[in-house]
Design a protein around this ligand. Structure first.
Ligand code: PLP
Length: 382
C-alpha cells in the first residue's frame, strides 16, 4: 500500500475543480492594446489572469479571475527548488463573426493532467478548466487580435507551492492561466529553417519524462540551440541512440515525406514511445492526412526512422519535404539539415515550403478560425 499516493488521489471528500464557483474581479486600470505589428510572442499579457489554489486538505479552491499580477512565493516554495512545474500551450482565435475560438483544448487538458499526475500535482476535470478559460477569453476578448495568423496564446500552468525544502509530494499547488496576444510566427508566409542534427545532447530518453510538458525539460535544451546557432543552424533536430533515431525538432514534433519504392508518398513521424511529446498539432496532422489524402497514393506512418534513412532518401531524390509541427507555428518548413560533415537539402516545392506542408497549414487554419467545422475541433468561448 502506498499511503502517500492514496492521500492525494483517493480522497472523495476533497472539492473537485468547479467552474461554477468562479469569482471575477475586474481591473479598474485596463491596459492599452498594442497594434498588431507591435506584438512580440509572450511579452505582453491581457488585463486578467485565472487562478485556482489547491490544498491536499481541501482540494480545489474557488477559481478567481482578477487583474494580471505578480505572484508572491516564499523562497522555500517547492517549485523553485525541485521543478514541480508543468504547462500547456494553446491558442484562441477570432473568427469573422467575432467569436473567440479555441482549438482542441480538450487534448491540452488531457495532456496537462498526465503531466500533473507524473509529478504528483493534483489532477482535475478538463472540462471545468476549459469553461474557466472560456470565461477569461470572454472577459479579455478585446485582446484577441484580428487578422490572419493572429491569435491569443494561452499558458495554463500548474506549480507546487508547498513551503518546504523537503523533496516530497506537494500538499499545496497553484493553477494559473495567463494570455498573450501574438502575431503570425513567420510574419507573412513561411520562413523555412535549417537544423543541426544533434546527438551529443539528448532531449528525452526511454523511461524519462520527455512526453510530458514539464518545465524541467526545457531549460537544458537552450544551450544546444545556442551551440547550433553558432554554427549557423536555427534549431536542433534531436536524435536518439547510436542508430540516430529522429525524435523531434526544437520544441516541435517533426514530419518527413518520402517517396516509396512503389512510387507512393509516405508521411512519417516518430511513434509515441514515451520520448515524444504528444503534440496536439502532431495528432491533427495525422488525422487530417489520413482523412484527406488519397489512400492509394499516401502511406501515413508513426514509426521509428533515422537520420541515416533521411540522408539516403535525400541522396536518391526520394526526400520530398519535411516540417516541424506545434501550436506556436502550426507547421514550420525545414530547408536543410546539417549532420556530421554532410548538408542534407530538403526540397521546397511550393517555394518556401513543401506542397503538403502548405496544404496542412491551410487545413488547420480554416478549422482554427472557424471557416470550416471539423469534428468539434473548434470551440466557441461563451
Ligand atoms: C509543446 C510541444 C510540442 C507541440 O505540441 P502541440 O500540442 O502541437 O503544441 C512538441 N514537442 C515538444 C517538446 C513540446 O514541448
Amino acid at each position: 500500500m502506498n499511503h502517500s499516493v492514496n492521500l492525494i488521489y483517493n480522497d472523495n471528500l476533497m472539492s473537485p475543480l468547479d467552474a461554477s464557483k468562479l469569482i471575477i474581479q475586474k481591473t479598474t486600470t485596463p491596459n492599452e492594446k498594442l497594434a498588431n505589428d507591435k506584438l512580440v510572442f509572450g511579452k505582453t499579457f491581457t488585463d486578467h489572469m485565472l487562478e485556482i489554489e489547491w490544498t491536499a486538505e481541501n482540494g480545489w479552491g474557488t477559481p478567481t479571475i482578477s487583474p494580471y499580477h505578480k505572484l508572491t512565493l516564499d523562497p522555500s516554495t517547492i517549485v523553485l527548488h525541485y521543478a514541480f512545474e508543468l504547462f500547456e500551450g494553446m491558442k484562441a482565435y477570432r473568427d469573422t463573426d467575432n467569436n473567440i475560438r479555441t482549438f482542441r483544448g480538450d487534448k491540452n487538458m488531457i495532456r496537462m493532467n498526465k503531466s500533473a499526475d507524473r509529478i504528483c500535482l493534483p489532477t482535475f476535470e478538463g472540462e471545468q478548466l476549459q469553461q474557466l478559460i472560456d470565461k477569461l477569453l470572454v472577459l479579455d476578448e478585446s485582446f484577441v487580435p484580428k487578422g490572419q495568423g493572429y491569435s491569443l496564446y494561452l499558458r495554463p500552468t500548474l506549480i507546487g507551492t508547498s513551503e518546504s525544502l523537503g523533496v516530497s509530494v506537494p500538499d499545496r499547488a497553484l493553477l494559473f492561466v495567463i494570455a498573450s496576444p501574438v502575431g503570425p510566427y513567420y510574419g507573412t508566409g513561411f520562413k523555412p529553417v535549417s537544423l543541426e542534427a544533434t546527438d551529443y545532447a539528448v532531449r528525452a530518453w526511454p523511461g524519462g519524462v520527455g512526453d510530458k510538458k514539464l518545465g524541467a525539460n526545457y531549460a537544458p535544451c537552450v544551450k544546444p540551440q545556442l551551440e547550433a546557432a553558432k554554427r549557423g543552424y536555427q534549431q536542433n533536430l534531436w536524435l536518439f541512440g547510436d542508430e540516430g533515431y529522429i525524435t523531434e525538432v526544437g520544441t516541435m514534433n517533426v514530419f518527413f515525406v518520402f517517396k516509396t519504392e512503389d512510387g507512393k508518398n509516405e508521411l512519417v513521424t516518430a511513434p509515441l514511445d514515451g520520448t515524444i511529446l504528444e503534440g496536439v498539432t502532431r495528432d491533427s496532422v495525422l488525422e487530417l492526412a489520413k482523412d484527406k489524402l488519397p489512400s492509394d497514393q499516401w502511406i501515413i506512418s508513426e514509426r521509428k526512422f533515422t537520420i541515416k534513412d533521411v540522408a539516403e532518401k535525400a541522396a536518391k531524390g526520394e526526400l520530398i519535404e519535411a516540417f516541424g509541427a506545434g501550436t506556436a507555428a502550426v507547421v514550420s518548413p525545414i530547408k536543410s539539415i546539417g549532420w556530421k560533415d554532410q548538408e542534407i537539402n530538403v526540397p521546397l516545392a511550393a517555394g518556401d515550403s513543401g506542397e503538403l506542408t502548405k496544404q496542412i497549414a491551410e487545413w488547420i487554419r480554416q478549422i482554427q478560425y472557424g471557416e470550416v467545422e471539423y469534428k468539434n475541433w473548434s470551440r466557441v468561448a461563451k
